[in-house]
Design a protein around this ligand. Structure first.
Ligand SMILES: [Zn+2]
Length: 236
């Protein structure tokens, strides 16, 4: 069982360090392997960049929002800046395929590589509330393998791409690996498990509820035996 009581800040800074990117890149790379959606800012859309938006104007807007709520005083002085930083930290549209930039020759085929306990955090598109948890990713190499740290970086980057849904993050990870031009694995399996801030403090007010999303590609989708072998390794 993953401990979701870990502080948001520690998870966030861990994610930022793992992505190795303290600032969003200046130019958004082209979209190649990631399926895009039509809505601006949804997962996989790298055709826009947060740099196009003025952070001073964003702070001004947040200040106006606080004023509209009648919130002010010492503790709120820097809140606009903090909130803008928070949203911008989860608005880093990048080509996820580029995260898997390093691959190597596989010594054999017909085996499974599984990574578990990959921490990730996201900001939900519906409430701009944080969600966080862990992911498990498995794939079946076909000629090429990817550096294992890249799988962890991919999961973390998928969470930071844009405010989105856990479902979209899960699919983005699977599609990025399965459709990767050099890797071309014969199967990919992704399971994410997360607690959602918006579920915890509003709506059903269910702080202990966790959401598990799983998606399978290739052999994992077609072979119950292969899928079971993967799921047996996913011990939360
Ligand atoms: Zn939400």
């Amino acid at each position: 069982m993953t401990d979701h009581s870990a502080s948001k800040e520690s998870v966030g800074s861990y994610v930022a360090a793992a992505i190795g990117q303290s600032e969003p890149s200046e130019t958004p790379p082209s979209l190649s392997n990631v399926p895009s959606t039509t809505s601006k800012g949804m997962s996989g859309d790298t055709s826009w960049a947060i740099e196009q938006y003025d952070s001073a104007a964003q702070e001004e807007a947040v200040r106006a929002m606080l004023d509209a709520f009648g919130l002010g005083g010492e503790h709120f002085e820097d809140t606009p800046r903090r909130f803008v930083e928070l949203v911008r930290a989860f608005t880093r549209p990048i080509d996820l395929a580029e995260v898997l930039e390093r691959d190597f020759t596989s010594v054999e085929d017909n085996y499974m590589v599984t990574q578990v306990s990959i921490p990730f955090a996201g900001l939900c598109a519906h409430h701009l509330a944080p969600f966080w948890g862990s992911a498990a990713v498995g794939y079946l190499p076909r000629g090429r393998i990817v550096g294992i740290s890249k799988i962890t970086r991919l999961v973390m980057a998928a969470g930071r791409n844009t405010p989105t849904t856990q479902e979209a993050i899960t699919h983005a990870i699977a599609n990025t690996m399965f459709k990767h031009q050099r890797l071309q694995p014969s199967g990919v399996a992704v399971v994410t498990r997360a607690g959602h801030g918006c579920m915890a403090v509003r709506g059903p007010k269910a702080p202990l509820t966790e959401t598990i999303v799983s998606t399978m590609r290739g052999t994992f989708a077609h072979s119950p035996q292969t899928r079971q072998e993967f799921m047996d390794m996913v011990t939360w």
